[in-house]
Design a protein around this ligand. Structure first.
Ligand SMILES: [Zn+2]
Length: 335
């Protein structure tokens, strides 16, 4: 079935075009309406195509700012390939500064999507069938958002195909962050990156800091890293900047790397991002706001490693991730 989404620009034309995807909607204030999702295509002659997406989650502004600047500031003459940029994929969530859509949908659990499904599934389907297939490289920028405190990093899944994996490692390193992260999906499938990997693309994702605020340094590494990856893959002209120092690569490919709250309550962390911990070490505890007499529930590391994520919102529900402990790894091991 054809997508119900209308794209206002010809994605295969040369030059620079600023347009929108129109997603049919019907809400309390307008029975007949479309949700506009901006899309920018910038193309010279030939070369590889990069699909750059920001704002899949609305409380992650770092990637949206980087993508907005890339889309506005890049001209076709600066490209040796083509750029398709969707800077803010979930506009209603961005306006609300929430991770999820107002409907409760998580666009990053909606893939591969469905042209006859809910609006998020319709958008995912359009990305799956119309945007990803046009791309050689897919960049999907995320951050810890309001809920997770982490250093800025680029990240990847360990895909099975060795050749694809090798190209993804090289692209991940090209971001130039001090940290990189190799992860598994402990919170369900349906991710955009998973669909792009399934289609054999070179997929680069990020968690560009988080905790509900963005530092100037994080904005800089979001923008410089994105540009360097695009030079590395041959889309943007210019010399690739080699990362200066050897980065810390954290591998969290086991469920034990992701520590979950045993009960609901108020989270107190004992560790900060970058701390080394050993299995059994207490990393924090859950307090019970109605029970000052009750001993807090201590959360302990299940593995040795480095703290990569600490929960940023103190109010915590049972099962929420409170800390991620990653094992330092090497490029050689990942290949
Ligand atoms: Zn996200």
């Amino acid at each position: 079935m054809e997508s119900p989404i209308h794209c206002s620009i010809d994605l295969d034309a040369t030059g620079k075009q600023v347009g929108r995807l129109e997603l049919p909607r019907s809400n309390n204030t307008s029975g007949w309406s479309h949700l506009f999702i901006p899309i920018v295509s910038i193309a010279g002659d030939g070369g590889p195509t990069a699909l750059v997406i920001g704002g899949v989650h609305g409380d992650e502004p770092e990637g949206q700012v980087a993508a907005l600047r890339l889309a506005r500031e890049t001209e076709p003459a600066e490209l040796s390939g083509r750029l398709i940029v969707v800077p803010c994929a979930s506009p209603e969530a961005s306006r609300a500064y929430t991770r999820l859509w107002p409907s409760g949908a998580n666009l990053n659990r909606s893939f591969p999507g469905d042209p006859e499904g809910s609006p998020d599934e319709q958008l995912a389907d359009f990305v799956t069938r119309e945007l990803i297939p046009r791309a050689d490289v897919v960049v999907d920028m995320h951050s810890g958002g309001r809920s997770g405190l982490c250093p800025p990093w680029s990240e990847m899944h360990l895909v099975d195909d060795a050749e694809q994996r090798g190209r993804m490692i090289d692209a991940m390193l090209a971001w130039g962050t001090d940290h990189h992260f190799v992860y598994i999906d402990i919170a369900g499938g349906g991710l955009l990156v998973g669909e792009a990997e399934r289609q054999g693309k070179v997929v680069v994702s990020t968690e560009l800091g988080g905790g509900g605020h963005v530092t100037a340094a994080t904005h800089r590494i979001a923008q410089s890293g994105l540009a360097n990856v695009l030079r590395h893959v041959g889309v943007l002209r210019g010399a690739v900047v080699e990362p200066g120092t050897s980065p810390i690569i954290g591998r969290a490919t086991h469920v034990d790397n992701y520590l979950l709250a045993p009960e609901s309550g108020l989270w107190e962390t004992f560790v900060d991002v970058g701390d080394n911990v050993a299995a059994g070490d207490p990393v924090g505890q859950i307090h019970f706001i109605e029970r000052p007499d009750r001993v807090p529930a201590v959360v302990r590391a299940l593995t040795d490693g480095v703290v990569f994520v600490v929960r940023a919102i103190a109010t915590t529900e049972q099962g929420d991730n409170v800390v991620v402990v990653a094992r330092p790894t090497t490029v050689e091991e990942l290949r």
